[in-house]
Write a protein that binds this ligand. Structure first.
Ligand SMILES: [Cu+2]
Length: 132
């Protein structure tokens, strides 16, 4: 049977898992109160034997979310190499939230929905951290 039973799992705030793709350590850099943007970081592990692609991200915490490279350029999708981790991390690629709908405080959690190739989705909670 094919691995079609992805569904939406939520195991722990920072560890979500769907078959062969795992997300860990999802966090949001706490923005200044006046900011309408924020960066989200996380590690995504592709434990599958084949490559996957992260194709989209949505959140109810902001008007828009997208992938950015280290120079803030938009990335269409993210290639996930088999057996490797992909890191959205400070100073590198990140998930950019634009049009925040509320002020984020340290300890708050926001929900993100990650879309992967093959119509698969993963629900992730990211915790807001003061990274100053
Ligand atoms: Cu950005």
């Amino acid at each position: 049977m094919k691995r079609m039973l992805w569904g939406c799992l939520l195991l722990m705030p920072w560890l979500a898992e769907a078959a062969d793709l795992e997300v860990a350590n999802a966090r949001v850099r706490m923005p200044p109160p006046v900011s309408e943007t924020a960066a989200v970081y996380m590690d995504i592990r592709n434990a599958d034997v084949q490559a996957h692609r992260l194709t989209g991200v949505t959140t109810d915490a902001a008007a828009m979310a997208m992938f950015h490279g280290r120079d803030m350029q938009a990335l269409h999708d993210i290639r996930l190499v088999p057996g490797e981790h992909y890191a959205f991390a400070p100073g590198g690629a990140h998930i950019m939230l634009m049009g925040l709908k509320r002020v984020l405080h340290a300890g708050d959690r926001i929900r993100l929905s990650l879309q992967f190739d093959g119509d698969r989705q993963l629900q992730v909670q990211a915790i807001v951290r003061d990274m100053r």
